[in-house]
Structures are given as structure tokens and as C-alpha cells.
Design a protein around this ligand. Structure first.
Ligand code: 13P
Ligand code: 13P
Ligand code: MG
Ligand code: MG
Ligand code: MG
Ligand code: MG
Length: 371
């Protein structure tokens, strides 16, 4: 008996600028999803926010890529966009790139992370929500959770995890994927996912012989690349992820531990800068300084036997992460002093908009050959 957890998110208007989601958008989405619970499409839902991104967390029995559930998310975003337009919010409908829904929100702008799972006796999960960054921002923390013994003690001391995991990595430029086994292929895996703007972890699976069937994901990340879809700048993807925890998987604290280090990610101002990702509770996920720095929220849940979302627990609402937040402020201060210079500003090919072609065109006649 399987349950599907779907996290579908979109930026449908910021308040003000790209800072946060207006509460009326949350209420509108809640109304749409409440009806869907009454009608039996959903078992349960929660509407969360991270920065200017509206996050629909849903449980149901329809499986992944369900036209019904995706259509419902699309409808919630459309209804909320109407409100965003009435309020004159910034970039109303920003991530809704198509006019009509055609069965699946993939490729239409919203970000999606979904997994269909056989509920264990107790099913602790964490949903992660990031703003002002890209899906590759999850590469380092997901790697550390499932493959780094200095992060996850269980890889060494828990016989149920000792065999390691399988990583599904997507080449988001060539639209290809590869599965790599850890610990055997750890260096190959790192050779790919260190290049985080190109190779992104999409899913993690257990290996043969694990308590969980080997085709059931234990982690999944949204990988939509908005600028490729739209062919122009429409904001970084601001990704989400779902991670299962405990009994043969990383413990809750091992799932959270990577975020004690505010690693550098790309996004931030105009989707064109490197900066630290700051772990925060939801009420602090309102990026303002230079439109950032990037944020990550972690919501903890237990899934009840009938598929209800018991939570959320706002997991970074813990003084134990104060040090990471302070470090992120220090790194932000340091890297900001570089102004328009790399590596604060992204290299040309990774920037989401640039004046360079125009500048080069204007200077065309003034460039002289160097003898
Ligand atoms: P408890 O003894 O509190 O259940 O903790 C077990 C554990 O594995 C913590 O990481
Ligand atoms: P969002 O992707 O969060 O809308 O941010 C866009 C941006 O340009 C921030 O400076
Ligand atoms: Mg925005
Ligand atoms: Mg955003
Ligand atoms: Mg965005
Ligand atoms: Mg216990």
C-alpha cells in the first residue's frame, strides 16, 4: 500500500520585490487544496513558503506525475496568481511559463520533487525548501547525508546502511542520466556532482539487500532549469527536496548536519552571484540583503499510517544552527566586497542575464588587434 509525497512549488509573485510570499497567496492555495482533500484527490497537504516561493506539500494515492495532482497544483498557482495580480505583487505569475495546463507541470515552470513509497512502521521525512539558488545546491548536502562517513556516522556503524546507496545523477544540459554506486564509485560521483551547474543529483536509492526496496527513492530533488525552458531569464529554480530518515537511512540529525556548513551556491542577486546558503526557520526565510543570501528551510514530518502529514516541525529553528547563520553572514560580508568581480559574480555562461553582448557590440569598432 503506497503513498505519494509531492512537493510542487512556484514563485507566483514576490512581496516586496523577490523577498517573500504574501499571506493571501498562502490562503488562496490552502482553499484550493482543502477542496481537493474534501473531494478525495489529496489525503493531506501543507502550504509552506521559502522567500518568494510558494510550496505545496501534498500526500495522495495517485503516484508520481499524476495529471490530477499536477493539475491541482497548477490550479492553486493560477488562483494565487490572480490574487498576486490584484495586489500588484512583483513578478505575478513569474514561474507559470505556459498559458494552459497539459497534464504535467514538468517543463511548465514550477519545481517538482515527488516520491511514491511503501510506508514503513514509522516514516520520518524532511522536506527542504531553498530560495535564491539552483538545484545543484543540493549536491553537496545530499552527498554528505548518504555517502560521507564524516557526516553520517550510520554509514560506518549501522549494519543496515553499511552497504551504501545508489545515486541517480542528471546531466541537465544533455538530458541524460547515470546511476552511480557508493562507496565504490565515490570519486566518479564527485567528479560529476562537483560541477553542480551541470550534473545534479536527482534521486538516491537503496542498494539490493536494504530493508527498503531498491526501486523506491529515499531522496529526491527538483531539477527544473527555468532558463532553459523559457529561453530567457525568469529567475533561478529555487529547488526543493524530500529526504526519508532513520532505520537504515541517515538519522534525522545526519540529514540536517550538512547544513551546519553554509556552503557556497549560485543564485542570489539576479540569479548571477555565488554566496553561502543560510539554514533558517520559515519566519526567517525572507532574503533581503542583496536579495539574499540564499536560504534553506527544513520541515520535519512523520507520515501517519493513513498518509497524513504530521507536522511541520521547523527544524532549523534551533540555536545549534546559529553558528551556521553567523558564518553565512560573515561569508556574505566577505564575498560581497568583490562587487561585480568573479567569483562573487558568476562566470559569463552561468549568469542569468548579462549586458556583455551589448557592450561588445558597442565597442566592436574600437577593439584593435594586438601585434
Ligand atoms: P534515541 O535513543 O533518542 O531514539 O536516538 C537514537 C538515534 O539513533 C539518534 O541518532
Ligand atoms: P527569485 O528566483 O527568487 O524570484 O529571485 C530572482 C532574483 O533576481 C533575485 O535577485
Ligand atoms: Mg521572485
Ligand atoms: Mg525565489
Ligand atoms: Mg525563482
Ligand atoms: Mg528514540
Amino acid at each position: 500500500d503506497k503513498v505519494t509525497i509531492s512537493v510542487i512549488k512556484a514563485d507566483i509573485g514576490g512581496w516586496p520585490g523577490h523577498s517573500r510570499v504574501h499571506p493571501q497567496l498562502v490562503e488562496t492555495a490552502e482553499e484550493v487544496l482543502s477542496k481537493a482533500v474534501e473531494e478525495g484527490t489529496l489525503i493531506d497537504f501543507y502550504v509552506a513558503t521559502c522567500g518568494d516561493d510558494l510550496q505545496l506539500i501534498m500526500t495522495h494515492k495517485k503516484g508520481v506525475d499524476s495529471p490530477e495532482v499536477h493539475g491541482l497544483a497548477w490550479k492553486a498557482f493560477e488562483e494565487a496568481t490572480k490574487v498576486a495580480k490584484e495586489l500588484g505583487l512583483y513578478g505575478a505569475g513569474q514561474d507559470l511559463l505556459k498559458d494552459a495546463f497539459s497534464g504535467n507541470v514538468r517543463g511548465m515552470g514550477p519545481g517538482v520533487a515527488e516520491m511514491e513509497i511503501t510506508l514503513r512502521k514509522s516514516e520520518p521525512i524532511v522536506t527542504f525548501h531553498m530560495d535564491k539558488t539552483e538545484p545543484g545546491a543540493f549536491n553537496l548536502p545530499i552527498f554528505r547525508m548518504f555517502a560521507d562517513p564524516f557526516n553520517t556516522a550510520g554509514l560506518v556503524i549501522d549494519p543496515n546502511m553499511h552497504m551504501g546507496f545508489r545515486f541517480e545523477v542528471w546531466d541537465i544540459l544533455k538530458h541524460k542520466r547515470v546511476i552511480l554506486n557508493t562507496p565504490e564509485e565515490v570519486y566518479d560521483l564527485l567528479a560529476l556532482i562537483g560541477a553542480k551547474s551541470r550534473y545534479v543529483i536527482k534521486r538516491v536509492y537503496p542498494k539490493e539487500g536494504h530493508k527498503i526496496a531498491k526501486d523506491e527513492p529515499v531522496a529526491v530533488v527538483s531539477t527544473e532549469k527555468l532558463y532553459e525552458i523559457a529561453g530567457e531569464y525568469v529567475g533561478k529554480d529555487d529547488p526543493v527536496a524530500i529526504v526519508r530518515a532513520q532505520s537504515g537511512l541517515p538519522a534525522l540529525g545526519e540529514v540536517l548536519e550538512p547544513f551546519a556548513f553554509p556552503h557556497l551556491v549560485s543564485g542570489w542577486m539576479r540569479g548571477s552571484h555565488n554566496g553561502p546558503v543560510m539554514p533558517v526557520p520559515m519566519h526567517q526565510a525572507n532574503p533581503t540583503r542583496f536579495d539574499g543570501p540564499p536560504r534553506v528551510v527544513a520541515l520535519g514530518w512523520q507520515i501517519s499510517p493513513e498518509g497524513k502529514l504530521v507536522g511541520p516541525v521547523d527544524l532549523f529553528d534551533d540555536p545549534a544552527f546559529d553558528g551556521a547563520r553567523q558564518k553565512a553572514v560573515e561569508i556574505a560580508e566577505y564575498i560581497r566586497r568583490h562587487g561585480p568581480f568573479e567569483p562573487h559574480r558568476l562566470p559569463l555562461e552561468d549568469m542569468e542575464y548579462t549586458t556583455l553582448p551589448g557592450v561588445l557590440k558597442r565597442l566592436e569598432d574600437r577593439f584593435e588587434k594586438i601585434e
